[in-house]
Design a protein around this ligand. Sequence first.
Ligand SMILES: Cc1cc2nc3c(=O)[nH]c(=O)nc-3n(C[C@H](O)[C@H](O)[C@H](O)COP(=O)(O)OP(=O)(O)OC[C@H]3O[C@@H](n4cnc5c(N)ncnc54)[C@H](O)[C@@H]3O)c2cc1C
Length: 459
Amino acid sequence: MSRQFDAIIIGTGQAGPSLAARFAAAGMDVAIIERHKFGGTCVNTGCIPTKTLVASAYAAHVSRRGAEYGFVVNGDVHVDMKRVKARKDEVSARSNRGVEEWLRGLKNCTVIHGHARFQSPRTVVVNDAVLQADKIFVNVGGRASVPAIPGIHDVSILTNSSMMDVDSVPEHLIIVGGSYVGLEFAQMYRRFGSEVTVVERGPRLIGHEDEDVSDAVREILEIEGIRIRPNAKCISLAKRDSRIAVGIECDEVPPEVLGTHVLLAVGRTPNTSDLGLDRAGVVTDQHGYIIVDDQLQTNVPGIWALGDCNGRGAFTHTSYNDHEIVADNLLNGDHRRVSDRIQTYALFIDPPLGRCGMTDADIRKSGHHALVAKYPMQRVSRAVEKGETQGFIKVAVDADTKQILGAAILGIGGDEIIHILLDMMYAKAPYTTIQRAMHIHPTVAEFLPTVLSKLEPFA
Ligand SMILES: Cc1cc2nc3c(=O)[nH]c(=O)nc-3n(C[C@H](O)[C@H](O)[C@H](O)COP(=O)(O)OP(=O)(O)OC[C@H]3O[C@@H](n4cnc5c(N)ncnc54)[C@H](O)[C@@H]3O)c2cc1C
């Protein structure tokens, strides 16, 4: 069977389905192909299931702190992982079904289940079908990287995907990788009742963040009993009876740690090696990311790459934003660009870290004449009332233009409140606008004017 379409979309991650809907609504004949689960990483093994698990872990944590709030839990708080998993599965499955039903219900859209490969720049083969289109969009995402660590084939390891099948509380979970994915699992499993050790190759956790943010996150995790082993230079794995030994060989002793389960959270690999990109002539970088221009076109006219596979973002919102850029440019004659967007994301530990714009290192590199203010959550009344005072608010501004350069909010509501600063950045408004606004009491956000009144020269 050979069929001509106006557009072919490969992958149903966070860009593909919305793009299909926009094209179909515009009267284009669209084919969208998915080889595995509709909705991709975020829906099935990423954001949605992990944030559902984080919510269960938070509830267990607050229950254990009952005495602080004046209530009594009769007996220990025990986590029933089967029920935690069932809740997570239900939330995730609802979303997965929603994506599939939405796509199948779209007029002008053909949904195909199977693995797609390019045969030429205008031809894609899936199952026994040959599809052709002048416009092809790649949204194939990525998967957990599994590097060639010594001993990796001798033990059974977990990734973010197989973690989704875990329905018991591991006795001792060792997490290799102290970045965003690893730390969310670390805290949630500690709260579920596991002993948890995080092994990190670098000198500190979330190494891209400012040092004070990284240090505060480490402290938050250590207070809950999570062991952090940084500077793990030579990581190795070995079987020891029913346990797994993770060799660390760092400056600190002991040189290895024994656990019952090992989660590898050491980065992501784009799903681009089995896509026939060479047949289409599409170029990737040395890590397999498809090289795109500022409007997400590959080197081959008529082929675009969106989402994690283009290396221009690693988040659901960056992938979704990719679809907006492409759809607006193609359908509305717009000129949206990737470089127009401002970096923003969150680390969903408790309390969460919300980030936008430049880090300290970025500011130093940029040469901006900057001012910075830092304010502890201990002095934010809403945080005190809630009994959740860990973390701080930090905002950097340009002294000359008064525009916000970047911010980190590590504290309750940090993942939400950061949007106030982000939107001010998009508006290119001076920070003084926030100071002249009236805010709701009692909230964390109402303290932003106070924080901004503490601006000092950036060291
Ligand atoms: C544990 C974890 C937690 C995360 N939490 C967050 C979070 O809280 N917030 C956030 O913003 N981001 C989070 N992310 C990142 C987020 O999940 C991704 O950035 C997001 O899913 C965007 O992915 P995507 O659109 O590039 O493609 P994906 O969602 O990866 O989907 C790609 C799809 O393409 C399909 N596919 C691949 N190859 C082919 C082929 N040849 N033929 C047909 N189909 C194919 C795949 O099966 C998959 O369904 C998290 C990631 C992980 C791993």
